[in-house]
Ligand binder design. Sequence first.
Ligand SMILES: *Cc1c(COP(=O)(O)O)cnc(C)c1O
Length: 227
Amino acid sequence: MTSLAERYAALRASLPHGIELIAVSKTRSVDEVRALYDLGHRAFGENYPQELKDKQPQLPSDIQWHFIGHLQTNKVKYIAPFVHLVHSGDSERLLDELDKRALASARTIAVLLQVHVAQEDTKHGFSIEELEPALARFKDRWPNLRIEGLMAMASLTDDMEQVGRELGAVKALFDRTRQSGVFPAAQFKTLSMGMSSDLPVALAKGTTMVRIGTALFGERPRPVDKP
Ligand SMILES: *Cc1c(COP(=O)(O)O)cnc(C)c1O
């Protein structure tokens, strides 16, 4: 058995310079989060609004909380006051609500647009075909949001060629959007792809931000795909 410190060091060493690591702490205890915090890590990702709302006040205030799971509009209010980056901007309705709650909290909320490329129906997000023509319209649509890039999840499969095709398509959209100049390049800068199971593929495809749970904390005790 390796320790958290060893796994963290090994993971850090394996990531090229400039790739941001989000430690996915869903279902992990406050003590587990604090152990990684004490090793110097500050960026954590959570999937469930209620769980995040409960954990946040028990942990240091300089943690950057990333929200990475599907977000129901009626739960936005729990996290809007403090969330650092919402990766799962997956519908216009959700972005409307985030914008409203950002205003109510007197802050700008940074968001990524989630792109649906996986084969499973359960993965949320915009298809590439629907998102690309909508981007110009999205540009000034939500004055209290800052659209910083794209997020994607590949299909849950061992077929790494398929995963590579899916993530490669998202990277191509990311590059086209940056080249289009719709958003300032300094703002539209984040491509969130890659989890424990597909990290090497995501790195090969040009991710800028990876979301890693299992490879850091070990197997999760309970299933992750609850609605
Ligand atoms: C759980 C989760 C992760 C991390 O998955 P691991 O396989 O534990 O690394 C990354 N992204 C999202 C959206 C998740 O729900």
